[in-house]
Design a binder for this molecule. Structure first.
Ligand code: THU
Ligand code: ZN
Length: 143
């Protein structure tokens, strides 16, 4: 599995492949839009998530928040990048909510790699996708 567990550095193609594998596990019977996300941690491991929808619609979990929640629950606090892949291979980017969720732990240079199918991908920084956002510094809090 493409998860960094073999000690090899994780490149973007490997990270996208992990997001594709996670997307295969998506539970999206309502939208039909399957999403997977793969987070690269500072220690070189990969933690994945997929969207998990709910019949009430509003409780649906997004792939990026599932991945981040799993990673934090496993003790990770620093991250290098995330790959995001939809079943459409349309280069979907994290929605506004997920950008803010990522920003709690990921700085402006954090890379967001979006899957356009095959070997095609588009890369952004989180600072580009979500400039000038609220964070712990805004609240003058140590964390
Ligand atoms: N979705 C994600 O998983 N991540 C995003 O940031 C964009 C949207 C999911 C939520 C819902 O299950 C489906 O995609 C359609 O919006
Ligand atoms: Zn989202």
């Amino acid at each position: 599995m493409a998860d960094g567990s073999d000690g090899e550095p994780v490149d973007d193609a490997t990270l996208v492949e992990a997001a594709r594998e996670a997307q295969e596990e998506s539970f999206a019977p309502y939208s039909g839009y399957a999403v997977g996300a793969a987070l690269l941690t500072a220690d070189g491991s990969v933690v994945t998530g997929c969207n998990v929808e709910n019949a009430n619609y509003s409780n649906s979990l997004h792939a990026e928040e599932v991945a981040l929640g799993s990673a934090v629950a496993a003790g990770h606090r620093e991250f290098e990048a995330v790959a995001v892949s939809s079943g459409e291979r349309d280069g979907v980017t994290p929605c506004g909510m997920c950008r803010q969720t990522l920003a709690e732990f990921c700085g402006e240079e954090f890379r967001v790699v979006c899957d356009l199918g095959g070997d095609d991908r588009r890369e952004y920084t989180l600072g580009h996708l979500l400039p000038d956002t609220i964070d712990a510094d805004t609240l003058d809090r140590d964390r």
